[in-house]
Design a protein around this ligand. Structure first.
Ligand code: ATP
Length: 370
């Protein structure tokens, strides 16, 4: 008898991502190698898939040869990432890939270090290696959720570098994606924020999300039928957190009003918006070349002729290039600079984040750091 359908579904999702990771490694192993990384890139070349391993000589039999690619799972100890860890352990063994795990202790709750140690024990029992708990300090920038996320990704990035990991898997599900789309919609900042989370993101697409097309119920069922012990983060049900309110009040209310299928539709919105946003970004990159005046400025006539969505993207690119940090540029900044093009009435220089200044000088827009 085969595995329970939920277990089969999560394993298939992970197998697909591991194949993608191995394919990418193969592609980069021989060429496109930055100078000085030859040795590392050679190490990153994937081991032969199961079955072919014996042809590689006696070292191939060792489970942890250093040139076998390592894939890490970022695991909170919650149901989604524990299910992910179990599927990774299973599939990695079959594919001859090393699998390890990192759990981040945000130090935000009493006893968090003990809990992290317990997660390490559970992950080690799944035969994952290395397994590490990393404690972080969460600052206050951007609110508690954003600060915890920033600290977590910084720790995961450092762990991935330290271990030379080919990828880090995250347990986001389709339900998480739907929540992210709604949060983006409420921010009012355009289709990029409606496009939610990508299948692959971060440096060189390091972060992979195998469960993005699976619903939370399936993933949780996979834990249940495999008797995987999970930890329920009290933050996930704490109404002080926006995402928690959305999960427990917002989405159920939407489903009640609009019917089942809302989560799926929101996840589809994410994919469609991502495609549109990518196309507009490409268009803007090309348009930017055509409106540059060769003297460090942009021609106002060229900018004026562009559709607003493309023009705002060109302006955003130019501001970032001049030194404005991407995270501190908001719609209102772009609107102000845009008015220099579409409604100029002799305004003076506009001051922008990162000590960047935008001025109109006749028919030119000059953006530079002061
Ligand atoms: N403390 C942590 N340590 C390591 N990875 C984490 C941690 N918290 C979250 N992650 C990663 O980010 C993913 C999304 O986390 P988030 O808390 O947004 O969702 P979740 O639905 O509660 O997930 P989970 O059930 O796995 O906790 C997790 O599945 C996991 O891969």
């Amino acid at each position: 008898m085969g595995p329970h359908p939920a277990v089969a579904a999560i394993r298939l999702a992970v197998r697909r991502v591991l194949h993608d990771v191995l394919t990418d490694l193969h592609r980069h192993a021989g060429h496109d190698r930055p100078a000085g990384t030859a040795r590392r890139a050679a190490h990153a070349a994937p081991a032969p898939l199961a079955g072919a391993a014996a042809a590689d000589g006696p070292r191939a039999a060792l489970p942890e040869r250093p040139d076998t690619p390592l894939v890490l799972v970022a695991c909170s100890g919650g149901a989604d990432s524990m299910a992910l860890a179990s599927a990774l352990a299973f599939e990695a063994r079959k594919l001859g890939v090393r699998a390890g795990a990192i759990t981040v202790d945000h130090n935000l709750q009493q006893g968090s270090a003990l809990r992290a140690a317990e997660v390490v024990t559970r992950l080690t029992a799944m035969d994952l290696d290395p397994v590490e708990a990393v404690a972080v300090h969460v600052g206050r920038e951007g609110g508690p959720e954003a600060a915890a996320r920033d600290a977590r990704y910084a720790a995961l990035d450092a762990a991935a570098e330290r271990h030379g990991a080919a990828a880090v898997l995250l347990g986001h599900t389709r339900d998480d994606q739907a929540e992210t789309v709604l949060l983006g919609l409420a921010r009012g900042s355009g289709i990029r924020s409606l496009s939610g989370m990508a299948d692959a993101s971060g440096p060189a697409g390091r972060y992979r999300r195998p469960f993005l097309r699976l619903d939370r119920q399936t993933v949780r069922k996979a834990c249940l039928v495999q008797s995987i012990p999970v930890w329920d983060d009290p933050h996930n049900t704490d109404p002080a957190y926006t995402r928690s309110r959305l999960r427990h009040e917002g989405l159920p209310a939407l489903e009640k009003a609009l019917g089942k299928g809302v989560v799926e539709a929101l996840a589809r919105t994410a994919q469609l918006s991502r495609d549109d946003a990518d196309a507009l970004d490409t268009w803007a990159a090309e348009a930017e070349q055509s409106v540059r005046d060769g003297d460090g400025g942009l021609t106002c006539a060229g900018l004026y002729a562009l559709p607003p969505a493309v023009r705002r993207r060109v302006l955003r690119r130019a501001l970032i290039e001049a030194g404005s940090p991407a995270g501190s540029l908001f719609a209102r900044h772009l609107e102000e600079v845009d008015r220099l093009i579409t409604g100029w009435r002799g305004q003076r220089a506009i001051n922008l984040p990162g000590r960047v200044e935008a001025t109109r000088q006749g028919g030119r827009l000059v953006i530079r750091q002061s």
